[in-house]
Write a protein that binds this ligand. Structure first.
Ligand SMILES: NC(=O)c1ccc[n+]([C@@H]2O[C@H](COP(=O)([O-])OP(=O)(O)OC[C@H]3O[C@@H](n4cnc5c(N)ncnc54)[C@H](O)[C@@H]3O)[C@@H](O)[C@H]2O)c1
Ligand SMILES: [Zn+2]
Length: 343
């Protein structure tokens, strides 16, 4: 087990890498913990919950909502949870988001930690302290920023993860490489989902590198004024595409990353679009979904990263180096239409 601690404005998160679930009793008293998980994770990993107090929620984004929060709170009350209780979310981003949120509001906040069980959860959702829920069609509309006390990484849990969720998670891994780490980009080019799936050491190392990339970005800018926005690479257009076409998140941001590369060619003389699109395809991600840019632009106009009529777009100077560039909305529309025409 390898340990690394990140300090944030008012708290610390300790990451345990290359860990195995059974070791969790070494960091917390199991009798004082309540685990929250979803039905899929519980179904595959029942033995890990034997003899523990746990709460199961239904699986899927549609359950990351207030009425499930209320049910969790009722169960916490019936377990007698109090400030000496640690809440541990074991699951993908849905479980960790809702767990961090409940743990932050129940009795005005209990200690909490996560055992992420998806690639996306490990490299992205569990990190950075954003915990929240959806309201109607609005994703992550209500929430808090509060850092987990610990993140516990047991990559053997990923063996039961369906292939499409590996693909989804690798979109964020590729994003991290594109914005921050040219070396990681090269490593990804030499490998595949299968090679990571088969090689535990390689996978552990990949997860660790990605956790360090995201945590370091968040450390510099916990409350998202600047550096943290780099993590939105591919997400501005991606979210809009996801919204209109109901694609899996990884697919949508794959399309978004390609568009961001093409805009980077126009505005920053970026020259490595083909390397990025090849890598996306190598990891099973689409790059050519027919998109109605009119609809997508309409959604983008409402994007929260837009200040007045300027969109702060995350672009690449080169692979491994992202920058934020303010682009007037009218100019952005022209760029997007010319990209659409060129396809
Ligand atoms: N807080 C943040 O900063 C942040 C960042 C990115 C994403 N998110 C959130 O994360 C969520 C998406 O996370 P996700 O992609 O992990 O989705 P998810 O939690 O829905 O998990 C995907 C599916 O995989 C199943 N699953 C999870 N672990 C498994 C395992 N080990 N074996 C078999 N099945 C398993 C789940 O039950 C689910 O069906 C979204 O709600 C998103 O808003 C949050
Ligand atoms: Zn994302």
């Amino acid at each position: 087990m390898l340990k690394k601690t990140f300090s944030f404005s008012s708290s610390k998160t300790t990451c345990y890498f290359d860990a195995s679930f059974a070791q969790i009793g070494n960091l917390v008293e199991k009798d004082r913990c309540i685990f929250i998980t979803d039905q899929h994770v519980f179904g595959f990993h029942k033995k890990n919950f034997r003899g523990t107090r746990f709460i199961q929620i239904p699986a899927g984004e549609s359950f990351k909502v207030q009425h499930v929060v209320n049910q969790i709170i009722d169960q916490l009350i019936s377990f007698g949870a109090d400030r000496s209780t640690t809440i541990i979310g074991v699951g993908g981003g849905v479980v960790t988001d809702i767990t961090g949120y409940v743990a932050s509001v129940y009795m005005r906040g209990l200690p909490f930690g996560f055992v992420p069980t998806t690639i996306l959860g490990m490299v992205d959702a569990s990190i950075g302290g954003k915990n929240g829920i959806d309201v109607g069609n609005y994703k992550n509309m209500v929430g808090v920023i509060r850092q987990p006390g610990f993140l516990f990484y047991d990559v053997s849990l990923l063996q039961t993860l369906p292939n499409e969720e590996w693909v989804n998670g690798f979109a964020e891994v590729i994003k991290h490489a594109a914005i921050k780490d040219a070396g990681l980009f090269k490593e990804l080019e030499k490998n595949s989902i299968n090679s990571y799936r088969k090689n535990k050491q390689l996978l552990n190392e990949l997860i660790r590198k990605n956790v360090i990339i995201k945590s370091t970005v968040v450390q510099k800018d916990e409350f998202e004024d600047n550096e943290r926005r780099l993590l939105n690479f591919g997400h501005t257009l991606g979210h809009a595409v996801e919204n209109v076409y109901h694609l899996p998140h990884g697919h949508a941001i794959s399309v978004g990353m390609k568009a961001a590369c093409l805009i980077s060619e126009e505005t920053l003389n970026f020259k490595e679009t083909a390397r990025l699109t090849n890598l996306l395809q190598q990891y099973g991600l689409p790059i050519n979904i027919p998109v109605d840019f009119g609809k997508v632009i309409e959604i983008m106009r409402m994007d929260k990263k837009k200040t007045r009529d300027i969109m702060n777009y995350v672009l690449l100077e080169k692979l491994g180096k992202a920058v934020i560039k303010p682009i007037p909305m009218n100019h952005l529309e022209k760029l997007l239409y010319s990209i659409a025409r060129a396809r």
